[in-house]
Every structure is written in C-alpha cells, then in structure tokens.
Design a protein around this ligand. Structure first.
Ligand code: ATP
Ligand code: MG
Length: 137
C-alpha cells in the first residue's frame, strides 16, 4: 500500500496542533506506521527541501524548520499521498479551505504548520531521509 511522509513543523508542535493532525489522519482511516519527535539538522533539511535551495525564502525556511522539534510521521493507506495533501490545504494558508489543517490553524505561508509529500516518489525519498527502515512498523 501507498505511504506518505507528514511532518508537523516546529510551530505546529509548539502550538499543540499535533494531536489534531494525528486525530484527523487516524480517523480518516490511515494507519500510522512511524512517528518521532526530532530536531531536524541542517543537512537533513537541505536534502528534504533540495528543490527550493535557490528560492529567496530558503534561508528563512531553514531557520523556521530548525526552530524547534518536528513531529515526523509516516502514514499508510489508499491514495494517502494525494488525500494527505488535500487534508493539509494549500501552501499559503490564506488559500486553504476551512476544514483543511492549514485552513483551520494557520495564516502565514512561512508558518504553515505542516508538511506533506507531494508525490509517491517524493514520499519514498522523504521517508528514507527521516526514518531508518527499522523505525517503520
Ligand atoms: P511542504 O513541502 O512544506 O508540504 P508545500 O509543498 O505546500 O509545503 P513547497 O513549495 O514545497 O510547498 O514549499 C515548502 C515550504 O516552504 C512551504 O510549506 C513553506 O513553509 C515554505 N514556503 C514556500 N513558499 C514560500 C514563500 N513564498 N515564502 C515563505 N515561505 C515559503
Ligand atoms: Mg512541498
């Protein structure tokens, strides 16, 4: 079955939104297969956001993602990559519908509380970056 990588970013952890994220994915019917609270180091973040390294906001994205612990999770289930992205909402929370995680809990693109893999291929890459194989149940 399909898997995706979902990470509650430091502001989502600090603001206590992570239980709501776990609740929503669990109650939708997805299966949690890995979870850990972790401080992301710069080399991991540079690999994770390699596609964005030339963007003007990249340095602030790195400091945002290093500002506190991240709750890294892997979820399994039918169409979970696409369904997960739709549960997150748009990159800019102001464009996210009510009922989505960003649409309910965030206002700023630079503080959008959660990450989700955008393709099955990137999900595999990200799961491999954030987790060792033995950390997946
Ligand atoms: P994520 O990869 O975190 O799930 P996304 O796929 O919706 O988000 P990306 O284009 O991959 O969006 O950007 C990654 C992250 O970089 C965004 O979630 C946001 O935190 C930050 N970001 C993107 N665009 C901007 C911007 N214009 N200004 C500030 N931060 C930005
Ligand atoms: Mg992305």
């Amino acid at each position: 079955t399909e898997r995706t990588f979902i990470a509650v970013k430091p502001d989502g952890v600090q603001r206590g939104i992570y239980p709501e994220v776990l609740r929503r994915f669990t109650q939708r019917g997805f299966k949690l297969v890995a979870i850990k609270l972790t401080l992301a180091d710069e080399s991991l973040l540079r690999k994770h956001y390699a596609d964005l390294q030339d963007k003007p906001f990249f340095p602030s994205l790195l400091s945002y993602m290093k500002s506190g612990p991240v709750l890294a999770t892997v979820w399994e289930g039918k169409d979970v990559v696409k369904q997960g992205r739709s549960m997150l909402g748009a990159t800019n929370p102001l464009n996210s519908a009510p009922g989505t995680i960003r649409g309910d809990f965030a206002l700023d693109t630079g503080r959008n509380i959660i990450h989700g893999s955008d393709s099955v291929e990137n999900a595999k890459k990200e799961i491999g970056l954030w987790f060792k194989p033995e950390e997946l149940v």
